[in-house]
Design a protein around this ligand. Structure first.
Ligand SMILES: Cc1cc2nc3c(=O)[nH]c(=O)nc-3n(C[C@H](O)[C@H](O)[C@H](O)COP(=O)(O)OP(=O)(O)OC[C@H]3O[C@@H](n4cnc5c(N)ncnc54)[C@H](O)[C@@H]3O)c2cc1C
Length: 408
C-alpha cells in the first residue's frame, strides 16, 4: 500500500512543465489567429517539431512511461494551450496509433516516421474511418478494398468523411471493407503512401470549434496500393477472416473486436485533452471572478459564483482521476471490465462542455465575445462529446460492459 501515490514523479513533472511552457509561450498567443484563419497552423507545428514535441520520439517516450501517465499529462498541457492547434499537433498520432496497433515492425518503421516528416519539412497524417453513412455505426462502412492477386495490389474505392488532416496528410491510414459478409469484422486498415494517384481531398468542413484543425472528406477512386500496405499483412488478415467466418457459421456470440480494444485504450488520451480545455476555461473564470466588481464587491463573493467555481474544479479533478486511472489500466494491461476507458472520455468530454459553458456565464458579456478566450474554449469543447465515439456511444459501451447484455 505504501507504494500508492498520485504524485507525478520528477520525469513526469519535467515533461509537464516543458509542454506547459510551449503551450503558454507559443500556442496561446497564436490561438485566436488560427481559430479565425481556420487553417492548419504549420508554423506552430514546425516550432513543436524543432523542440522535439512534434516527433515520433516524444510520443514513444510518453507512451512507454510505465505508470501510463506520460500521454495524459502531456495532452492536458497541450490542450490547455489551445485545442485547435493542439489537435493539429496530435492529429497525426491517431494514424500512428492505427499503424502501431495493427502494423508489422517493418510497417511501423517505414510509415510512422513519414507521418511526422522532419523539423525542416514537417508532415501530418490522417486516419480515415468515418463515412457519410458510417459514423457511430462502423459496421455500415462501404469503402471497399479488393485484392488484385496478379499484381499483389489492393484497390480502394469509397468516400471517407470527417478525416482530421484528410487530403493534406503525407500518409493516410484508411479502413476499408475486405469481406462485406462479416460486418465490422470484415474490415482492414491500409496505408496510402504519399502521392498515390486516386486519393483526393473532398469538401473541407467549416466548423464550430477546433477550427485550426483541418477536417475534410477523402475520396478514394481506384486507389492502388502495394500488398505491403495492408497493415499486419495478408497472412494475418486471412487467418482473422477465417476465424470470423467460423464464428459466424457457428452462430457465435459477438465478441469485442481488436479495434474496440484499441479505442478503449486510446480514449483516456482524448479525455485528457478535454481536461486541458476545461482547466484553461476554469482558470480564466476564477481570475475573472476575483477581479470583476459588481454591487461593490468581486463577483466571487457571491456563493452563486463561488459554488459554481467549486463545482467546476471538482468535476475537472474527477475527470482527470478517471483519465489517469484508465491510462494506468491500459499500461498495466488491466482488463477494462467496466469500460473504464470510455468512462473517462465520457466524463471528461461532458465536463469540458459544462465547465466552458459555466466559464462563459461567469465572464458575462465579455465571455460571449472573442476578446476573451472562453467562447473559443466552449466551441472547442463541444467536439469532445462527439468525436472518438459520441457520449451516447460511450454510455452504450459502458452499459454493455457492466450488464453483459447487448443493450441497444
Ligand atoms: C472535427 C471532427 C474530427 C473528426 N476526426 C475524425 C478522424 O480523424 N477520423 C475519422 O475516422 N473520423 C473522424 N471524425 C468522425 C467522428 O468520429 C464521428 O463524427 C462520430 O463518430 C459520430 O459519427 P456521426 O457524426 O456520423 O454521428 P451519428 O453516428 O450519425 O450520430 C448522430 C447522433 O445519434 C446518436 N446515436 C447514434 N447511434 C446511437 C445509438 N446506438 N444509441 C444512442 N445514440 C446513438 C449519436 O450519439 C449522435 O448524438 C471526426 C469528426 C469531427 C466532427
Amino acid at each position: 500500500m505504501g507504494d500508492f501515490s498520485l504524485e507525478l514523479n520528477d520525469d513526469q513533472k519535467g515533461v509537464r512543465d516543458w509542454v506547459h511552457g510551449f503551450a503558454a509561450d507559443v500556442m496561446r498567443p497564436a490561438a485566436a489567429e488560427w481559430d479565425e484563419r481556420e487553417e492548419t497552423p504549420w508554423p506552430v507545428i514546425q516550432e513543436a517539431a524543432k523542440i522535439g514535441l512534434y516527433s515520433m520520439d516524444f510520443y514513444a517516450q510518453a507512451f512507454f512511461d510505465p505508470t501510463g501517465l506520460g500521454i495524459p499529462v502531456a495532452m492536458e498541457e497541450l490542450f490547455w494551450g489551445d485545442a485547435g492547434i493542439g489537435l493539429s499537433i496530435v492529429g497525426t498520432t491517431l494514424a500512428a496509433v492505427g499503424v502501431l496497433a495493427n502494423g508489422t515492425e517493418e510497417q511501423i518503421g517505414t510509415w510512422v516516421p513519414q507521418m511526422f516528416g522532419t523539423a525542416d519539412d514537417v508532415k501530418v497524417a490522417a486516419f480515415c474511418s468515418s463515412e457519410p453513412d458510417a459514423g457511430s455505426d462502423v459496421s455500415a462502412m462501404r469503402t471497399r478494398a479488393v485484392y488484385d492477386e496478379a499484381k499483389d495490389e489492393w484497390v480502394l474505392n469509397g468516400t471517407k468523411t470527417w478525416a482530421t488532416n484528410g487530403g493534406i496528410a503525407n500518409v493516410h491510414v484508411v479502413v476499408a471493407v475486405v469481406d462485406p459478409e462479416l460486418g465490422a469484422r470484415g474490415q482492414a486498415s491500409f496505408i496510402v503512401p504519399p502521392g498515390t494517384p486516386g486519393l483526393s481531398q473532398g469538401q473541407k468542413f467549416k466548423k464550430h470549434g477546433i477550427r485550426a484543425s483541418h477536417t475534410a472528406e477523402v475520396v478514394l477512386d481506384g486507389v492502388r496500393v502495394p500488398g505491403s500496405c495492408l497493415l499486419g499483412g495478408k497472412e494475418k488478415l486471412d487467418e482473422r477472416l477465417a476465424r470470423a467466418r467460423e464464428k459466424q457459421r457457428a452462430g457465435g456470440k459477438r465478441t469485442k473486436n481488436a479495434a474496440m480494444a484499441t479505442f478503449e485504450a486510446s480514449r483516456p488520451a482524448v479525455g485528457a485533452q478535454a481536461v486541458g480545455i476545461a482547466r484553461a476555461a476554469y482558470e480564466v473564470a476564477l481570475d475573472y471572478a476575483k477581479t470583476r466588481v459588481q454591487f461593490g464587491r468581486p463577483i466571487i463573493d457571491n456563493q452563486g459564483v463561488a459554488f459554481t467555481l467549486a463545482d467546476m474544479r471538482t468535476r475537472i479533478d474527477a475527470a482527470r482521476l478517471l483519465v489517469w486511472r484508465a491510462s494506468w489500466m491500459a499500461t498495466a494491461g488491466k482488463p477494462f471490465t467496466a469500460a473504464e476507458g470510455s468512462m473517462s472520455k465520457l466524463y471528461a468530454g461532458e465536463t469540458a462542455k459544462w465547465v466552458t459553458a459555466q466559464a462563459m456565464q461567469i465572464l458575462g458579456g465579455n465571455g460571449f465575445t472573442r476578446e476573451y478566450p472562453v467562447e473559443r474554449m466552449h466551441r472547442d469543447a463541444a467536439i469532445y462529446t462527439i468525436f472518438e465515439g459520441t457520449s451516447e456511444i460511450q454510455r452504450l459501451v459502458i452499459a454493455r460492459s457492466i450488464s453483459g447484455l447487448p443493450i441497444r
